[in-house]
Design a protein around this ligand. Sequence first.
Ligand code: SAH
Length: 403
Amino acid sequence: MDAGAETGAETGAETGAETGAKTGAETGASASVERDQQGRVLLHGLTRPRLTRWLADELGLDEVAGRRLWHALYRQRASSLARVRGLPPSVCRRLQTRARVDALTLAEVRASADGTRKLLFDTDAGARVETVLIPGPRRTTICISSQVGCAMNCQFCLTAKMGLHGNLSAAELIGQVVVARREFPELPPIANVVFMGMGEPLHNVDNVIAATRVLVDQEGLDFGARRVTVSTSGLVPAIERLGRESPAQLAVSLNATTDELRDWLMPVNRRYPLARLMACLRAFPLRPRERVTLEYVLLAGVNDSLEDAARIHNMTEGLACKINLIPFNEHPGTEFRRPEDAVVHAFRDALRERGVSTSIRRTRGDEAMAACGQLGRPGERRARPRRTIPPARLKARLTAKPA
Ligand code: SAH
């Protein structure tokens, strides 16, 4: 865990050779394998080429054995290495001393009346990780966390109040998905993964890229690349890396249409202002029919005017994108409010009338505090996040006193 990283840290290289868009090639993966405190390798942290290489180097096993272990981990969702289909018991015994399957322990499940489930995992380091399962009629979406807490300090987000406690390893990212598939076979198949839980995924970009490759591996978890989405507050260099090195879809939390407002709501904007962010999105490699998603949290009286809608249209002209409006989910201590439904609908209609493809995200998981921006235990705060001063013209519009 590397706590204390700076807000908006440069997580990726600024430049770098163009490796060809969306090849998913093994570039940029860190060389060492993840191990637990007993020195056992955390298997969920390895992409398939790296698992094969590790088995060859450490146990002298061939590619066939690698494939069998991979199938056990991801098709059979094995939780132990005591018996692996197709591997002799002697090999399993050696594996058990050197490797481990689950990096996380499922500690608690909280269900909401709307069917949403919040999963609470414990890490070896004693941290709590939150994952949300959102069942739909045919498919379940899993919303996974990428960090414990977050360093980005977005003013409207509950997780931000915790500060950053650390990154999740690739094994901990994949573990959330594998354990959920293993433990909830009664749900519609878990077929969508969104990196929209706690944390800023692109502030943990190496592990997130590795995890997206494991998710889409057709011999394993086999998520369609269209069904894996990484959401970011806008770390431009890491977005560029994601475009080169990951098959995942990109979502960006826009949330404001002027630098003045975005500088305040999302301090990352001071480092990567809107013009730079939008230029990076225009350059983002997309396959046919793919689009970038722009998330826009609607905050009453702050960013929900029809002028904002018009500016979104102007900013996104020529960009293959769709807008996902998220009516603000209130949480204790926040000074922000959710706009009336009529305002939300008018905002959507103003975008649609201009030809911008727009949807409204339905609030789910509210009563289990599992909705967008409601994850985390701010009581656990470590680094005290700075409160920033709102632009003067907005002060009067904020309805409640901050906590
Ligand atoms: N850090 C990443 C991943 C988090 S995704 C990112 O910023 O994109 C969580 C989404 O929920 C983001 O779009 C964020 O802007 C939004 N959000 C945060 N707090 C919220 C709240 N209280 N109500 C509604 N949406 C919120």
